[in-house]
Design a protein around this ligand. Sequence first.
Ligand SMILES: NC(=O)c1ccc[n+]([C@@H]2O[C@H](COP(=O)([O-])OP(=O)(O)OC[C@H]3O[C@@H](n4cnc5c(N)ncnc54)[C@H](OP(=O)(O)O)[C@@H]3O)[C@@H](O)[C@H]2O)c1
Length: 238
Amino acid sequence: MITGAGKGIGKAIALDFAKMSGKQAEFDPVLILVSRTLADLESVAAECRSFGAATDLFQADIADKAQTDRLVNSTLERYGTIDCLVNNAGVGRFKPLAELTEEDFDSTMSVNLKGTFFLTQRVFAIMEEKRSGHIFFITSIASETAFKSSSLYCMSKFGQKGLVEAMRLYAKTCNVRITNVMPGAVYTPMWGEVPDAMKSLMMMPEDVSLPLVNAYFMPQRTSVEELVLRPVGGDLKE
Ligand SMILES: NC(=O)c1ccc[n+]([C@@H]2O[C@H](COP(=O)([O-])OP(=O)(O)OC[C@H]3O[C@@H](n4cnc5c(N)ncnc54)[C@H](OP(=O)(O)O)[C@@H]3O)[C@@H](O)[C@H]2O)c1
């Protein structure tokens, strides 16, 4: 199950898993793609299926707990379990401190914190019971480094990192792997229009998806706990 699979990093993760379908031993998954925009999901699902991967899609707003509950319940009814969750859906409002509004606050926290928490809570319970599973969190370099125009975003990403660390305490007792993926700047729709000079300083979505998929295929005895990925020239300023 990949949240935010309609665009950007989530789309690249879906495509890279799809490419491995049937090629890696005992890997013949159903990919569950989740986001709010149906047209994006249909387009990514078609691409995944073109690589031979069984793919289903689910239009849901993860900020709404009733919708994440429906997402998990429907997945269990259709497929019986969830083996891997990629908590990728996230939003950012990048503005100077004084310009941030209550709506910016609520929107950022409801997706990045509330949505990530309640989906993880439901899916982890399934993995805990069967004593296997892998949960990825796409947090950010901004989960440990502050950027001036990202105060709310940093607050939410530092918070996600807190959840990752708490989840590890539960996961290690029941054979569940937790991977915190911390990318620096990646060229995706999240950034809107980007000048070419800036784009040349950024990573591309597949630079994140490839190491993530490789971490999934590590032997079950090994948990890749963190992936820190930066543009070779370092972080973009502020
Ligand atoms: N791009 C970067 O530089 C960068 C760096 C570090 C970390 N990250 C993190 O990586 C993740 C993906 O970022 P991205 O750059 O790929 O963003 P993106 O291009 O804006 O794509 C975000 C995806 O998440 C979905 N989404 C957003 N809110 C959602 C919600 N409430 N419920 C369900 N789906 C939702 C979006 O679809 P809909 O809007 O249609 O729902 C979209 O498919 C985020 O958590 C972000 O914080 C990004």
